[in-house]
Design a binder for this molecule. Sequence first.
Ligand SMILES: Nc1ncnc2c1ncn2[C@@H]1O[C@H](COP(=O)(O)OP(=O)(O)O)[C@@H](O)[C@H]1O
Ligand SMILES: [Mg+2]
Length: 317
Amino acid sequence: MMINAHGLRKTFTTRSRKGSQTVEAVRGVDLEVQRGEIYGVLGPNGAGKTTTIRMLATLIAPDAGTATVAGHDLLKQPREIRRRLGYVSQAGGVDDMSTPRAQLLFAARLYGVADPAAAAEEVLKTFDLAELADRPGRTLSGGQKRRVSLALGLVHTPPLLFLDEPTTGLDPQNRANLWDRIRQLRDQGTTVLLSTHYLEEADALCDRLAIVDHGVVVAEGTPGTLKRELSGDVITLRLDDAARGAEVLRPYAKETRLDGELLRVYADDGEHALPSMLRTLEEHGLGLKSVALDRSTLDDVFLAKTGRSLRDTGAAA
Ligand SMILES: Nc1ncnc2c1ncn2[C@@H]1O[C@H](COP(=O)(O)OP(=O)(O)O)[C@@H](O)[C@H]1O
Ligand SMILES: [Mg+2]
């Protein structure tokens, strides 16, 4: 196993004129990441993704909990761990004043790479940066800077790569390219732990994932098993009296969720259940304004586990 973490916790205390305030950023997180997989940490802004990654990357110390990362103890052998990982922060970390090539050479030397020039050349090629290699960082676009920061995280070919929201702010084309590159790295044996607030990204890219909210893991598994857990279909009904609707439709549902005048009914076979459901509503005199039938998505998993939609948290654009 590449990462085996148990009970990680981190509380921040900030002081201002109004007094001190504590935030429990991570409240007991367990993670098991296998060698050679792409593992996703999916959650809205403020869920504790960055804090979790920074603890596992030895950048901040946990208040409690234990972990082994790349075969070494997080608390006792941080230096051994650092030698084996690459870390690309949410903000990036590309220097505006120097060129990508110079920054890559510097990073390669810092990590003690045997042939820094060759290593820099290799990642410049991997991330299609050859033509940008000798331009100052400040002249690069957001997507180009992202690629440089990824190259910086990989120049020493670490077996474990941490990517904190690697595709935030990228256009769809650049995002698709980056997904391809991350998959290539995985196929070549790199273990990738990435955070994201994009449902589509977690679904399409990750072999397994943990859904986090308010500093805890609320669900864990492959995208497929997480979705199957909630059965196949979700029927969304807009009703005059959704609470009453939930009561009378209970027999058809694996699970129901109320959201204002919306009622979501999770069912194994929505198409089959729908006609009887509509008849039942009519029999009870419940006015129906609209109805939609969809396959359940990771957002439904998030909704079922936390009571709110990842799309409504303002995180998933
Ligand atoms: N250095 C810090 N000082 C104070 N609060 C912090 C600090 N870092 C993170 N937090 C708080 O901890 C919570 C989790 O933050 P973070 O781990 O950055 O979440 P995410 O990456 O999922 O958006 C948030 O409420 C955030 O404001
Ligand atoms: Mg973050």
